[in-house]
Design a protein around this ligand. Structure first.
Ligand code: NAD
Length: 355
């Protein structure tokens, strides 16, 4: 059941991987107006939005969530009915090399945004106040790591172990505090590893695809046995909208794809899809796999119990890993120009986060 009337939704980080999938979804599938507020760091690219940026319901503002004046302007100018907060520094390896920007954006920036959104909320009339929501988007990495067994539930105690996950955990605590202390209408989601089109080529799946196509070594951390639960990004975008529309204020929802895979399984799957779609002259892509020193503090396993969002809101992932990864590999093959454009000035697929 979606909201009967169209809303103005302010999305932070809408030029990033998940944010742009959400913005494309909102413009394509709903009548809502979207304000995309993004600082355009190395990870934010307006190319991700070309499919919808002609829409009269889409507005882009280059702004920093840490800047109070800029954020106040956003609320004053657009008077949003809801906020979905995705802007963050998001790459664990980069947080190992330098944590300061993670603390600034993920913690200080989230605090700034919460404070300004709360001020705005308190001035709203009764009806608008009743409808207003602030959805804070977070990660399952706040729960720490699992052994061979078990799943993260919404009640799992926090145990973040990287500078990235510690900064996200901190922002989750702030968002929850704004609900409990100020009755500010917060919802929180914690999701597993996303994959799909438009993911900046620094994360496992796009790195493997591009390294394979370049003919170089395909790096696998440690023994490749670490397990992640993979969520197709468009399934995630649908889940976020569902939580925004139907979730209960103050609640947390875990979002996962029921796709637990060892990293090495993911890499082998990509290699075999590439062997089929773009065969090499000689040998197979698996020949390029190289095991490299593990990431420091590499969490062994993440797995999400997504039964709450399924039971309470009726959301389920539509993609299996097999269908999602095939679409993803095909997308990268068809969009090599995008990869070149987004990495041209600042990133060369080099290894990060070795301390
Ligand atoms: P991303 O790195 O692709 O995009 C982040 C976006 O935020 C970029 O467009 C960037 O320009 C923008 N941004 C960064 N700092 C900003 C600032 N100070 N002000 C305004 N904009 C700023 O990240 P993503 O993978 O799309 O992740 C989005 C959110 O989802 C993050 O909060 C992340 O922690 C969370 N998350 C991601 C994953 C995943 O697998 N990618 C999994 C769980 C949770």
């Amino acid at each position: 059941m979606s909201s009967p009337k169209s809303q103005t939704i302010l999305v932070t980080g809408g030029a990033g991987f998940i944010g742009s999938a959400l913005v494309r979804y909102l413009i394509r599938e709903t009548d809502n107006t979207v304000i995309n507020v993004d600082k355009l760091t190395y990870a934010g690219h307006l190319e991700n939005l070309e499919e919808i940026d002609h829409s009269a319901r889409y507005h882009f503002e280059k702004a920093n969530i840490c800047d109070s004046d800029e954020m106040k302007d956003m609320f004053r100018k657009y008077k949003p009915d809801a906020v979905v907060h995705l802007a963050a520094e998001s790459h664990v390896d980069r947080s190992i090399d330098g944590s300061a920007e993670f603390i600034r954006t993920n913690i200080v920036g989230t605090h700034n945004l919460l404070d300004i959104a709360k001020e705005y909320y308190e001035e709203l009339g009764e009806q608008k106040k009743k409808e207003f929501r602030f959805l804070h988007v977070s990660t399952d990495e706040v729960y720490g790591e699992l052994g061979e067994e078990g799943f993260f539930k919404e009640t799992t105690p926090y145990d973040p172990r990287s500078p990235y996950s510690a900064s996200k955990a901190s922002s989750d605590h702030l968002a929850r505090a704004w609900f409990h202390t100020y009755d500010f209408p917060v919802l929180i989601t914690n999701c597993s590893n996303n994959y799909g089109p438009y993911q900046f080529p620094e994360k496992l799946i796009p790195v493997v695809i591009l390294k394979a196509l370049q003919g170089g070594d395909i790096p696998v951390y440690g023994t490749g046995e670490n397990v992640r639960d993979w969520l197709y990004v468009d399934d995630h975008a649908r889940a976020l909208y569902k939580v925004l529309q139907e979730g209960e204020i103050g609640e947390t929802y875990n979002i996962g794809g029921h796709n637990e895979k060892q990293n090495i399984e993911v890499v082998n799957t990509i290699c075999s899809i590439l062997d089929e779609l773009q065969p090499k002259d000689k040998g197979t892509y698996e020949d390029q796999i190289t095991f490299v020193t593990d990431r420091p503090g590499h969490d062994f396993r993440y797995a999400i119990d997504a039964s709450k969002i399924e039971a309470e809101l009726g959301w389920k992932p539509e993609e299996t890993f097999d269908s999602g990864i095939r679409k993803t590999v095909q997308w990268y093959l068809d969009n090599i120009d995008w990869c070149e454009a987004v990495t041209s000035n600042n990133y060369d697929l080099e290894r990060l986060g070795t301390k």
